[in-house]
Design a protein around this ligand. Sequence first.
Ligand SMILES: Cc1cc2nc3c(=O)[nH]c(=O)nc-3n(C[C@H](O)[C@H](O)[C@H](O)COP(=O)(O)OP(=O)(O)OC[C@H]3O[C@@H](n4cnc5c(N)ncnc54)[C@H](O)[C@@H]3O)c2cc1C
Length: 517
Amino acid sequence: MKLSATHSSATGSTQVPGQKPRVVIIGCGFGGLEAAKALSGADVEIIVIDRTNHHLFQPLLYQVATAGLHAPAIAGPIRHILREQIARGNMTVLMGEVTTIDAASHCIVLDGGEHVHYDHLILAAGATHSYFGRDDWAKYAPGLKTLGDAFTIRRRVLTAFEQAERELDPAKREPWLTFAVVGAGPTGVEMAGTMAEIAQHTLSAEFRRIDSRGARVILLEGAPRVLGTFTEDLSQRAREQLEMLGAEVLTGAKVTNITAFGIHYDLNEIAPDGSTRATSHFLPCRTVIWAAGVAASPLGRALAKSTGCELDRAGRVIVQPDLSIAGHPNIYVVGDLASAKSYLKPDQPTPVPGVSPGAKQMGRKAAFNIMRRMKGLETQAFRYFDYGSLATIGKRAAVAMIDVPFLNKRFKFSGFSAWLFWLFVHVYFLIGFRNRMVVLVDWAWAYFTSQRHARVFPDPHALEPNAMLVRVTPPPEPPVSVTAATPSVPAPSGSSGTAGASVRPGPAGGAAPSPAG
Ligand SMILES: Cc1cc2nc3c(=O)[nH]c(=O)nc-3n(C[C@H](O)[C@H](O)[C@H](O)COP(=O)(O)OP(=O)(O)OC[C@H]3O[C@@H](n4cnc5c(N)ncnc54)[C@H](O)[C@@H]3O)c2cc1C
């Protein structure tokens, strides 16, 4: 089905006389939603397409994964958020996955085969996980990007404690009570700190055969320190706070393989003579969380195929200063899918980080440039305003690096004050008054009781590898502890994410056994 006639100009306007120009926005995350709002007063027809029915506030996704918040507190139906624009009559919201972009005929194709024509296109499809070429690890080590991922992680973490309670053999019980997080960027740090809290406080009085406080939460990071984008002193503070909460931190640890039984990794250590030595280790554990790599949405490749636009090593689309792509002034790419530069200082452009303020500012700028182009005006270069970085670690534990441009000053702080600041900022940016209230009440409850109330999950017989493993007795995998004087292995290229643990592929033949045994 064609939703509109297509037009054949390669780059110029394809607008049908007498009809409003049509702007199609792919993706209603931070970038897409901001673009849709910015265009709401413009004399255009807008079509917003997303493969889900909701806008997701990803910065609080780890709270859903760790049973602190329910999904509706951090996600809202797109058509409800945009209901005023829809009621005005110039906006349509479609739920569907965009599979193809046909720039020559100015249309995109949805999963059902429908063609949707555009005069201007804003591509805001975000990013996905990268396993650095080892996609076979995904089934053992889920990443955290969508609500589905958060539900999977929550079920696996809580199921692991249940399996431990059922297991009578202490040697077999231990891997159920060992939790590994790969990658110590903000997401990995949040996950490790919160999982340690769950073991130490939330569950401590609820089991009879096991003592949840004996569970180990291990954070593995390939780089020499956690939170590599923060300053060294804040990294060190984050590490100390993690350890105080009960997590173990292994830096210089390069993961070489992940199986149903645990993680193989090389640990880099500096020998007394200054050389780097790598020792190989095996950590038996049944629950692994992947927070190490981010890759651009596959729609970046689809766009490159159709337009010949350039991609960077992480698959992000390299955009022009005004966020359009070379040779196609009516196609804009924003947010995590864009490899964009900020022209605050026009002679010294700087890369824009993959964070929500970057996506929102780009979404607004793309909308603004479309409106300028329609008026026959020149488009403007993108300027990113960076106000700093925050990362939470757990209750009363966080680090903050806040830039105040007009004072030309950076404020750094950690601990309780940083945690309060983090809390305020995240509640402030949540969409909807009800969500803000719900989150505040839930957090206040959790603060005073250490309880996490979103611990119910559906059907315990869900087809999850680790839920099924209780039915089989896996052959014990002997711990490896080989010491070898090898040079340190550089991290693979292509990681653009904030949680950048260095990882290299495992040895040949190290395929994971089937969970079905
Ligand atoms: C766990 C986690 C924690 C984070 N924490 C922080 C934080 O604390 N602070 C911060 O600033 N940033 C944080 N980020 C990063 C921030 O969320 C991203 O930078 C931001 O979401 C990027 O916005 P976007 O619009 O490019 O993509 P997204 O917000 O990811 O939106 C992309 C949208 O496109 C849709 N989509 C994708 N492919 C298709 C398709 N083919 N067809 C139709 N629709 C499609 C998706 O469903 C989604 O709705 C975090 C990210 C994660 C994953």
